[in-house]
Design a protein around this ligand. Structure first.
Ligand code: FMN
Length: 371
């Protein structure tokens, strides 16, 4: 129902995105998009690039008077760093960084300069994902669906969240520069990031995306490629460095007997209710009306100040990696990107179930379904 394409390189003039399928009449303020762009740039552990960029979106098409008109929406985010690189003569990169796209990228495209692989493989492009996801969030908000996130772990340091509500987790994460709702763990995470930076190392972590206000029945069990869980995993794994995705506590559930995992149903005023949510909000490839919980694992950043063994492709000989300007930890930023991708999948599934050509029709259909 919804489609988007992005283009642009890390040090090219800009990133662009074209978004197709949004209903007419959706109010879009560029400030709403910029808010998430700024969140993606932040987070303790980011590198110098983020101090240079001031990401802000320009909407080039698809809006009239601040509302969508059913036409494709065209977005642009300028790269300030472009000016620093356009005239610069740089020798080709020939030493692939293990864990980055460098070696398989050159094997695939035959590019002699690994920088040309990194230009598109780098996570700079996730700024465009975030801008697109912000549009999806605006559509979801019209039917009271909210998407947020928090960081659960960085470098093996786990947040202790006890029975803190999902809303509080997401709200408290916004107050932490590591996006973690547990202030004690936030402090330990910051210290771990400092240690990694001082030791020339990098860190990964675990993030959780939470969506609330979902009606039951988004997605379907009828086809493998339309199952919501599969679509969520694909979208979140489409983010650089995300190497694992689970819905609810899936890996923990796998260790328990069924009697401790399935969420029992009880009679309620408006039909069956659950008192637990170990399914993470999805049963049979569809939302079940409970909050959606998508957990994702981010591997540590591949570029590190301390060199590791690699091969110089110019000589074929053993060598060491060379440092390129880099983040030490980008887990908080990745949580904003994951929010965007989850919002995108949910907006697409919403359009599938309630789709109309204008936002008011979708709102009415969701309202009718809820009453
Ligand atoms: C928000 C974000 C920021 C990132 N920043 C860096 C970085 O500064 N340096 C780096 O080497 N990798 C960074 N990465 C990870 C690489 O983009 C990623 O590891 C690389 O593209 C290879 O893809 P893969 O890890 O999915 O195999 C970042 C990822 C994300 C999501």
């Amino acid at each position: 129902m919804l489609r988007f394409l992005t283009a642009g390189e890390s040090h090219g003039p800009c990133l662009t995105a074209i978004v197709e399928g949004l209903p007419a009449g959706l109010v879009v303020r560029s400030e709403d998009i910029d808010l998430d762009l700024r969140r993606r740039q932040g987070g303790y552990g980011r590198g110098a690039r983020q101090q240079m960029e001031r990401d802000a979106v320009q909407v080039l098409g698809g809006l009239w008077g601040g509302r969508t008109i059913g036409a494709p929406v065209s977005l642009l985010i300028a790269n300030r760093d472009y000016e620093n690189w356009r005239e610069r003569e740089v020798p080709p990169w020939t030493k692939p960084r293990p864990g980055h796209a460098d070696l398989p990228g050159t094997q695939k495209y035959g590019l002699d300069d690994l920088r040309l692989v990194a230009e598109r493989a780098s996570a700079r492009g996730t700024a465009a994902f975030v801008a697109v996801g912000a549009l999806a969030k605006l559509l979801l908000a019209t039917v009271d669906i909210a998407v947020g996130s928090y960081v659960e772990a960085i470098g093996g340091i786990m947040a202790e969240l006890g029975d803190l509500s999902l809303d509080d987790r997401v709200a408290r994460a916004l107050e932490s520069d590591v996006s973690c709702p547990d202030p004690g763990a936030s402090e330990r995470m910051r210290r771990a990031i400092d240690r990694a930076r001082d030791g020339g190392d990098s860190l990964g972590g675990v993030i959780v995306v939470v969506a609330t206000g979902l009606p039951a029945g988004l997605g379907t069990y009828a086809h493998w490629d339309r199952r919501l869980d599969g679509r969520l995993a694909q979208a979140v794994m489409g983010i650089q460095a995300i190497k694992g995705v689970e819905i609810g506590p899936a890996f923990e559930n796998a260790e328990l007997p069924g009697s401790q995992v399935q969420d029992p149903l009880y009679p309620g005023e408006d039909g069956p209710v659950r008192r637990t949510n170990r399914a993470g909000g999805v049963e049979g490839g569809m939302t079940n009306g409970e909050p959606l919980l998508v957990r994702a694992a981010m591997k540590p950043i591949p570029t590190m100040l301390s060199p590791i063994p690699t091969v110089d492709l110019a000589t074929g000989g053993a060598t060491q990696t060379e440092y390129q300007r880099s983040d030490v930890c980008a887990v908080p930023a990745a949580s904003v990107v994951a929010e965007a991708m989850v919002a995108w999948v949910l907006a697409d599934a919403l359009m599938e179930r309630y789709g109309g050509d204008d936002a008011a029709t979708i709102q009415q259909r969701v309202r009718d379904d809820r009453t």
